[in-house]
Write a protein that binds this ligand. Structure first.
Ligand SMILES: [Zn+2]
Length: 285
């Protein structure tokens, strides 16, 4: 599932092609997504020019030269790809990336090329917002601060977790606490911070919370710099693979040796709240 770094990379790769461009037409190829695509509301974007593209948490917000905003969530397997012309796929984007056309949902056509939204598992969505109602959107209005912002700091994280008895990893994945973090990067940040994923939020010491803020920022920054992680179904919009997965220290490394210098522990996997936690029993406390 794409997390903050993968969504950021997707935003950057689509921005390169569509920023400042005018939409000529929109065609729904399969309306079934988390919320069904709605022709009437999507058609309002016809002949509109894209002014700005932002990311907030795991959402991409595409702003137009009027009130309209497209809110995109990639769900588990959503992605964009470009068609150069009507039928011909520019394969240079997809050298190692198989696209199953029957999972295409929306085709947005610009002058000379199209942008297709494809989603195998259909948990993603694309909906219309307006500039004035963004702040009331249920997707946006409860989001916490983002890693790599000055608001995301020790005081903020402490205030969010000091009285919570849930496992710290669940708290980190709660989008109203840390926006954009998911299972992979939460596991990795906890390893970097030497904190066990199932430790309760209210048991963390101040120094651990400080370390955790630093670790989250570092992991997220490094992952963005590496182009995200290539995980199961994720590739960026140019079909290029991110490379951060080669830096995973715990995620998907069950039974393998701990990579922390001087630690001879093994990575354990447990299931907690339906998600895998990966940690070293020896150096994460
Ligand atoms: Zn270890």
């Amino acid at each position: 599932m794409p997390e903050l770094p993968e969504v950021e990379i997707t935003k950057r790769s689509i921005s390169k092609h569509i920023l400042g461009k005018k939409i000529k037409s929109l065609k729904i190829l399969n309306p079934k997504l988390r919320y069904n695509l709605n022709y009437e509301s999507l058609n309002l974007f016809k002949n509109q020019t894209i002014k700005k593209i932002n990311r907030r948490s795991k959402y991409i917000l595409i702003f137009f030269d009027n009130e309209n905003v497209l809110l995109v969530h990639l769900g588990m397997t959503g992605r964009f790809y470009f068609l150069n012309g009507d039928r011909k796929i520019d394969t240079s984007f997809y050298s190692n990336n198989k696209i199953i056309k029957s999972h295409d949902h929306l085709k947005i056509t610009f002058e000379g090329f199209s942008l297709i939204y494809n989603d195998i598992r259909k948990f993603g969505f694309i909906r219309r917002l307006t500039i004035s109602n963004i702040k009331f959107s249920k997707h946006i209005n409860k989001l916490g601060y983002e890693p790599l912002t000055k608001e995301f700091n020790f005081e903020y994280l402490k205030q969010k977790i000091y009285n919570k008895s849930s496992p710290i990893k669940n708290l980190l994945m709660n989008q109203s606490i840390v926006a954009g973090l998911g299972n992979i990067y939460a596991n990795e940040a906890l390893f970097m911070g030497k904190i066990r994923p199932n430790k309760k939020g209210n048991k963390l010491k101040d120094y651990e919370i400080k370390t955790l803020v630093k670790s989250i920022n570092k992991i997220i920054k490094n992952a963005i710099d590496a182009g995200g992680s290539t995980i199961k179904n994720y590739h960026n919009s140019e079909g290029r693979s991110g490379s951060y997965q080669s830096n995973f220290k715990v995620y998907d490394r069950e039974n393998r040796k701990c990579l922390r210098l001087g630690c001879n522990g093994k990575i354990r996997r447990q299931v907690s709240s339906g998600r895998s936690i990966f940690f070293c029993f020896k150096c994460q406390r």
